[in-house]
Write a new protein. Structure first.
Length: 255
C-alpha cells in the first residue's frame, strides 16, 4: 500500500466525525500533543533549540556513552476551524559516542513527518478532544532515521479542572513494517505564577515482541504573550539497566 493510501485511510477515520476546535495551544513541549487547532490562515512554528538525549549502556563489560543533539521543528496551519495540517522535520543532528577511550562523532539529517489533526466537539466547556493521523517518512541519513516509515493514529483528551490545573492523556497507535506499538501519556499541567506554568507526564509504551518501556518527563513553559512561548523540559527513561535521559529548550511562534 502506498504512503498516500495509508495516510488517506488514517485521515478518513477522523474527518467523518463532527467537530469544533478548542482554543489554540502549542504542542510543545512533552511527548503528547494538545487539543488546540491552529487558526485558518495562520502558521505555528515550534522549534527545538536543541533537543538532547544521553544514553549509557554496557557492551562487553565496558560502558558506551552517547550524546545526541537535534534541532527538531514542527509547522502547523489551519485548514478549517477544526482541522490543521502539520509538517515536521527532526532536523539536523549530531551525535558523539564514547567507548573504551575512543570518541566517534557523526552528523546528519533526520526524518520528516506529515499529519492531520482534527478537533472533535464533545459539547463540554471543560473537556476537549483531538485526533491525529501522522506519517513519519524515513528520509533521514543513516543513523538518524527510523529506516522504515511509521504510521500513527493518536488521540488526545484534555480536561480543564480549574484555572490552575488541567489534566489530559494522549494515546498513540503506531505501525512500522507490520509491527504495532501503543503509547499512553497521561499529563498534568499547572500554573506556577503569572506567565509561568509547568507540566509533568508519565510515558508508557509497548511494542510488539518487545519489553515494556516507561519514562517520566517534566518541564516549564513561559508564555511571553498569546503568540510566543519558551519552554524547557527534562525526562528519564526507566527501562532495564541502561541509563537514558532527554532534555531540551524550545520556542514557539504563531504568525
Amino acid at each position: 500500500m502506498t504512503i498516500l493510501k495509508k495516510m488517506t485511510l488514517l485521515i478518513a477515520s477522523t474527518v467523518s466525525m463532527g467537530s469544533m476546535a478548542a482554543d489554540f495551544s502549542f504542542d510543545r513541549p512533552g511527548a503528547g500533543f494538545g487539543t488546540g487547532i491552529t487558526p485558518v490562515g495562520q502558521l505555528a512554528w515550534e522549534q527545538g533549540l536543541p533537543s538532547a538525549t544521553y544514553t549509557e549502556t554496557t557492551i562487553d563489560g565496558a560502558k558506551a556513552k552517547t550524546v545526541t543533539l537535534n534541532g527538531d521543528m514542527l509547522f502547523r496551519t489551519g485548514l478549517t476551524p477544526s482541522m490543521e495540517l502539520q509538517l515536521g522535520w527532526q532536523g539536523p543532528a549530531w551525535t558523539q559516542t564514547k567507548y573504551k577511550g575512543q570518541k566517534n562523532d557523526d552528523s546528519g539529517l533526520g526524518d520528516v513527518t506529515i499529519g492531520i489533526k482534527k478537533a472533535i466537539d464533545l459539547k463540554d466547556d471543560k473537556l476537549t478532544l483531538a485526533v491525529l493521523a501522522q506519517a513519519q517518512i524515513a528520509t533521514g541519513n543513516d543513523g538518524f532515521t527510523a529506516e522504515d516509515d511509521i504510521y500513527t493514529l493518536g488521540s488526545s483528551v484534555a480536561y480543564q479542572y480549574n484555572d490552575l490545573v488541567n489534566t489530559g492523556i494522549t494515546m498513540k497507535y503506531e505501525v512500522q513494517d507490520g509491527n504495532w506499538a501503543v503509547t499512553a501519556i497521561p499529563t498534568i499541567g499547572y500554573k506556577i505564577a503569572g506567565k509561568l506554568s509547568g507540566f509533568s507526564e508519565f510515558i508508557y509504551r509497548k511494542e510488539e515482541s518487545q519489553d515494556y518501556e516507561y519514562g517520566l518527563g517534566s518541564g516549564l513553559i513561559y508564555a511571553l504573550n498569546d503568540r510566543t512561548q519558551f519552554d524547557t523540559s527534562i525526562g528519564v527513561d526507566l527501562n532495564g539497566k541502561d541509563r537514558s535521559y532527554n532534555a531540551g529548550f524550545g520556542v514557539a511562534f504563531l504568525f
